[in-house]
Design a binder for this molecule. Structure first.
Ligand SMILES: [Zn+2]
Length: 527
């Protein structure tokens, strides 16, 4: 057995050392102009921040379709590059929430979204504290213990117990069970009428201002995601909730303490939550843009990068265009370069390769989710996603966000070693980055996926990428700069190509490892 392994490794190494030279030569020849062109256009003020369903958003879709045609890529289905999907947007105009007999101030104490097509609404339910509201077999954790929360208004902590106890869950590294999206999904499955999440700076990872900003505008959903009973989702400021509980002789800290134990059970609080307000809603449509290069098999690898960003904030003074140059212009540009080069090497392709320029990522990974839900998932062996690709100097490392969940990590380590650079984890991984871009839509449907990127440690010792996330991410400052060296981008493109080349040469199907820190939506046909 050992002998066979050694033989196999030997053949495998010779194979992968001999052949990529032509491909690597082509990668080395990538020019700055090639990389600049796409990001320069996408981040232009005239494209107006590429919000889905707006003029700038539509221009972006048409532009990608043209780029795919120029590269001579084929449409994936029915001869069409555009995959339309409908969204529903809801904006609260006025919100009154009364917990017990305390009236909360909209924006100051509470923000929320009502997700039904009604101009005015009212809702009432018994209040139940559900702790973290987590059910996770991996850690033998079940906050519900079969408690029926149907039609109730639940009050939930966010994050996961690992934030407070280092020996459970993944300690301070956020699991998907700690993301606010998970808390909402779980109570929706259980038929609650509403959820109020308790905000603290520590557990959310950001201040009340951020919640206020991101939850006071329009919230957008895929229609089928609204088929549950859950009509209302909101955040409350912890200090305000604490006062209300105090008046009822309820000790929030005591409840918190209980919620850190496996023995926790939901606590019926003995009062009601009453909600009413005014709502506006609309339908909007947008498109994913999809192209394909056929390989020798119909089994395929999907590359993805989202094309949308936040558009224009009309209420903002001065520069009000969210150009999203890095998020996600540079990533789309990277994917286009991968498409361009793979097309040149089409004869070497074992796998068919799909390029998914997906939409409405910023609204909750909606375009990639719609794509995965409506495609033949059984044919997809892996997803390689680009997100906010670094644009500065060369890095000493490469990273694969989420690679640790699958055999992608071994492959990337192997490739990094071969290229003489380090494979490193992202230093900000405690913020759950794997769950926050389109690779996660694939993972939830049982398709091993990875977000590929040059690492943070620039050769000069600077950490420009880390700085970007801390200062310019999701601000109007995320703008195109012609001085960018684009070496980090070239590295990212290079590793994406080496990765697909490796999968192709070895007809490899990436496999999950045992420990997955997120629940699957659905399990696919096994390869
Ligand atoms: Zn992004």
């Amino acid at each position: 057995m050992k002998k066979i392994m050694v033989m196999f490794l030997l053949v495998f190494c010779i194979f992968s050392f001999l052949y990529p030279s032509q491909l690597e030569e082509r990668i080395d020849s990538i020019s700055r102009l090639e990389m600049q062109s796409v990001v320069e256009f996408l981040a232009h003020d005239l494209v107006e921040g590429r919000a889905p369903g707006t003029r700038g958003g539509n221009i972006t879709e048409i532009y990608l379709k043209s780029v795919f045609k120029l590269l001579d890529l084929k449409p994936e289905t029915n001869g069409k590059y555009l995959q339309p999907f409908k969204l529903k947007g809801f904006t609260i105009n006025n919100l009154n929430v009364q917990i017990d007999d305390h009236k909360l101030k909209y924006l100051e104490d509470i923000v929320g979204t009502f997700t039904q097509g009604a101009e005015s609404f009212s809702l009432e339910g018994d209040a139940v504290f559900i702790g973290f509201g987590i059910v996770a077999d991996l850690w033998n954790w079940d906050d519900y213990k079969n408690t029926d929360v149907k039609d109730k208004i639940v009050i939930s902590r966010i994050n996961d117990p690992g934030m407070f106890l280092s020996d459970i869950f993944e300690g301070k590294t956020l699991t998907y069970f700690g993301r606010w999206t998970y808390h909402i999904e779980e109570v929706a499955r259980r038929g609650a009428a509403g959820i109020i999440m308790i905000h603290t700076d520590e557990s959310a990872g950001y201040g009340w201002k951020v919640v206020q900003n991101s939850w006071s505008g329009e919230e957008v959903f895929i229609e089928s995601d609204l088929s549950s009973n859950l009509k209302f989702r909101a955040w409350v400021k912890e200090s305000r909730l604490r006062q209300i509980f105090k008046d009822r002789d309820l000790d929030l800290d005591q409840l918190y303490k209980m919620s850190l134990k496996r023995t926790f059970k939901p606590v019926t609080l003995g009062f009601k939550v009453k909600i009413d307000g005014k709502n506006s809603f609309r339908e909007l449509s947008n498109n994913n843009v999809i192209a394909v290069i056929p390989g020798k098999t119909s089994k395929r690898v999907v590359f993805s990068a989202h094309i949308d960003h936040f558009g224009v904030d009309e209420n903002k003074q001065g520069d009000n265009i969210f150009n999203g140059a890095i998020d996600n212009g540079t990533a789309v540009a990277s994917m286009v370069m991968v498409a361009k080069i793979l097309k040149e090497f089409q004869n070497d392709l074992y796998y068919t390769v799909t390029f998914l320029a997906c939409n409405s990522e910023e609204a909750g990974l909606l375009g990639s989710k719609f794509y995965v839900q409506n495609t033949d998932r059984g044919t997809i062996v892996a997803n390689i996603n680009f997100e906010s690709t670094p644009v500065w100097e060369k890095s000493r490392s490469i990273m694969g966000i989420g690679a640790r969940f699958s055999s992608f990590e071994d492959i990337l380590k192997f490739l990094a070693q071969k290229e003489g650079i380090k494979y490193r984890q992202f230093s900000m991984s405690n913020q759950g980055f794997f769950y926050r871009s389109d690779q996660f839509s694939f993972a939830r449907y049982d398709i091993p996926s990875v977000w590929i990127s040059a690492g943070e440690d620039d050769e000069s010792g600077e950490r420009k990428y880390t700085q970007f996330w801390k200062t310019r991410y999701h601000t109007v400052e995320d703008e195109y700069d012609p001085r960018w060296k684009l070496e980090g981008m070239k590295q990212t493109i290079k590793f994406a190509l080496l990765l697909i080349d490796h999968l192709n040469r070895n007809k490899m199907v990436p496999q999950w490892r045992d420990k997955l820190t997120f629940p699957m939506e659905s399990v696919r046909y096994k390869h």
